[in-house]
Write a protein that binds this ligand. Structure first.
Ligand code: SAM
Length: 287
């Protein structure tokens, strides 16, 4: 059997087993390719010729073993491989933190924030940093910025420390244990935040794969806005005069509008449309 045939086999098995996607891949074919290549020790950008080489029996069995584990346990593949990719950057991950997949990563990669950012900007904050994927991506996208990365979870911060070291950013990314902005030091040109925002009804219907993630990272109360309500009350005093907040709200746009009917914001375009990541200026927050 070749890697290509194995990928096809795994894609069909994942689809037949109706596993859930959305934690690194969005469909069976992509998840199968990731699973097979990772287990075979091949890069994600493997040359296509290699995909047609015959594999030894032991390699095939190893891949099928991982496939069975994925289907039987319903654990997200990223937890089984302890690796996740976001915008071409690799991150260590385990059950102590959310699997990196924030749409804010797209915004950081395509430069949509640049027109809003003061050319003299020097400081950024990643609130609810989890495994520090966004803090690392901010630091890589904007070498002039020092980044504070805050989270309430000691477990998540332990994973964050691994990723900050993996990318050699210990000098520019400072990890801080903090409930909300409580321990933030100073004011910031840019605050990014992918908070817990899943509403209670959706939490009650979470597929098993998502139940494997810390609920502290997901649950946002009845309308998903518990954390965001608190945040918007205090965040203006942590932003510089021309500073901006980039906030992910996922599928909770309706709840956001209902909770903050008079707040002015700009919807930033991502692969999920323009209602899932919002940019809010300090002056709009104060208005
Ligand atoms: C949706 S996850 C985002 C993780 C990471 N930023 C990402 O995009 O992958 C939300 C994070 O918020 C953290 N969190 C929950 N409540 C918090 C609070 N009151 N203060 C600070 N962090 C909190 C959780 O521990 C979790 O790591």
């Amino acid at each position: 059997m070749t890697p290509s045939a194995l990928i096809e086999h795994c894609a069909k098995a994942l689809a037949d087993a109706q596993v859930s996607f959305g934690q690194g891949t969005l469909q069976a074919a992509d998840e199968a390719a990731w699973l097979v290549l990772w287990k075979l020790g091949l890069p994600l950008d493997v040359d296509t010729q290699t995909l047609h080489d015959e594999l030894p029996e032991t390699s095939i069995e190893a891949v099928l073993g991982l496939l069975t584990q994925r289907i039987q346990t319903r654990k997200p593949l990223a937890y089984l491989t302890q690796e996740a990719w976001l915008q071409g950057v690799s991150f260590y991950v385990d059950e102590r933190c959310l699997i990196p997949r924030s749409l804010i990563a797209e915004i950081l990669a395509d430069g949509s924030i640049d027109p809003w950012l003061n050319p003299e900007a020097s400081s950024a904050l990643d609130l609810c940093t989890g495994g520090a994927s966004l803090a690392v991506l901010v630091a890589l996208a904007y070498p002039q910025l020092n980044v504070q990365a805050l989270d309430i979870s000691a477990d998540a911060l332990a994973v964050a420390a691994i990723n900050v070291e993996r990318h050699g950013l210990q000098d520019r990314v400072n990890l801080v244990a903090s409930d909300g902005l409580e321990k933030a030091q100073g004011t910031f040109d840019l605050i990014v935040c992918n908070p817990p925002y899943v509403n209670a009804q959706s939490m009650a219907r979470l597929p098993l794969e998502f139940q494997a993630e810390p609920s502290l990272a997901l649950a946002g109360g009845t309308d998903g806005m518990d954390f965001i309500r608190q945040l918007l009350r205090v965040v203006p005093s942590y932003l510089k005069e021309d500073g901006v907040l980039v906030l992910e709200i996922g599928n909770e746009f309706e709840h956001f509008i209902a909770a903050f009917p008079y707040l002015e914001f700009t919807g930033l375009y991502t692969s999920a449309g323009d209602t899932q990541v919002l940019l809010i200026t300090q002056s709009a927050l104060l208005a």
